[in-house]
Design a protein. Structure first.
Length: 386
């Protein structure tokens, strides 16, 4: 097993030779009350430059011993308690309330029922794998499982920094592969008109507001939270643009999910006229008043009620049911089809990553491709081949 064993302080260095006569340096030392064994690296063969010499292996052993000092923090912190403290830390450093709410839901729904009472320093990779397997058996989507693992990884990383645990068992667990869906739904021109015509402008109190709101969603690509937070001052009538600066999600005000935190989107002439008419008929015309506030109070409209009215309008107009978010896809596909460059569309839609925008690339026109396909399958070509 070993040649040239040499003690070094609280550790020892030795060589292991496997069945293929491959020699590897190993170290063994104490970390607190636990004795650990770690692979240091391949042993250098005489006449080569590959692997570690004895002096190099000893230096690496010393570095490993220094880096794996015993933790000095509390060791009785549970997963649930560590998660709670992590969320408090993230709130302190300014993480968005919506993100914190999502993390809190993951903790309560997925992590705490199985691992909440377990001490952080006693969770094993096998337990993390069992958590993921149980979620899969419960029918949870791969993305949900991956999100749970990601948060749990953060919990252990925070615990390592605080000295509550020495290792992160999540680092040894493979995450499920999340397939990015490229199948998007949107309304074509006829369906969008059917939706808008199904909204009765005379319906009190939401008729006029809902119609313009649905139109704005489809013609600007703004997210629902961005629409609900839109103020009068955010519409630049002279430049004919909407400046997206805020968002209202789950009862919290925040910034949009764009790379710069804000963006602007051009206004179609038709939409600009509709918005101006909506503004002139509104009871709330101050710069800080909401464009799509409750018609009677001016306050933020209820998300659930808005979605309910949207679905009712789809049904009344004989339009297939699509999500409110698919109005955003309506804008993306329509702009791509009109030839808007992907980088420009990325800015308009507020995507952080161009990969997200590329789901609309299939709808973009390509110069000459149609002509090439026509030429390849034309009757003249077929006749010539005969």
């Amino acid at each position: 097993m070993e040649t040239g064993r040499r003690s070094y302080g609280t550790g020892s260095l030795f060589v292991h030779t496997d069945s293929n006569d491959l020699e590897t340096w190993y170290g063994r030392w104490w970390v607190g009350s636990e004795r650990v064994k770690r692979k240091i690296g391949l042993k250098r063969k005489a006449g080569t430059r590959e692997g570690l010499t004895r002096s190099q292996a000893e230096a690496e052993l010393r570095r490993r011993i220094e880096s794996e000092k015993p933790t000095t923090g509390r060791r009785d912190i549970s997963v649930a308690e560590a998660g709670k403290r992590l969320l408090g830390h993230l709130e302190f450093v300014g993480r968005k309330p919506t993100t914190l709410a999502t993390y809190g839901t993951i903790m309560r729904t997925h992590l705490e029922p199985q691992l909440g009472t377990v001490r952080l320093d006693r969770v094993t990779p096998a337990q993390v794998e069992a958590l993921s397997l149980n979620m899969q058996r419960e029918g949870k989507a791969a993305k949900t499982i991956a999100n749970a693992q990601t948060l749990l990884f953060q919990v252990f990383s925070y615990g390592q920094r605080k000295g509550w645990c020495r290792e992160n068992p999540c680092a040894l667990v493979e995450r499920p592969k999340v397939e990015q869906s490229v199948d998007i739904r949107f309304l074509d021109e006829g369906e969008l008109e059917g939706l808008l015509q199904a909204v009765d402008p005379s319906a009190v109190p939401f008729g006029k507001t809902d119609r313009v709101l649905f139109m704005t969603a489809a013609m600007t690509g703004l997210r629902q939270g961005e629409l609900l937070a839109l103020r009068r001052r955010d519409i630049d009538w002279e430049a004919r643009r909407i400046r997206v600066r805020r968002s209202y999600v789950r009862g919290h005000w925040g910034t949009p999910k764009s790379r710069r935190g804000s963006r602007s989107v051009p206004l179609a002439h038709r939409l600009a006229e509709e918005l101006r008419d909506h503004f002139e008929q509104s009871r709330y015309r101050g710069d800080d008043d909401l464009v799509f506030g409750h018609p009677d109070t001016g306050h933020v409209m209820d998300h659930s009620d808005l979605v309910r009215r949207y679905k009712a309008a789809l049904k009344a107009g004989g339009v297939r049911e699509v999500r409110f978010h698919d109005l955003r896809h309506t804008f993306g596909t329509r702009m791509a089809a009109a030839g808007v460059p992907m980088r420009t569309l990325q800015e308009w839609m507020g995507h952080r990553d161009i990969k997200t925008t590329l789901i609309y690339a299939d709808y973009a026109p390509s110069d000459g491709e149609g002509a090439m396909v026509d030429a390849a399958f034309s009757q003249e070509t077929d006749a010539g081949d005969r």
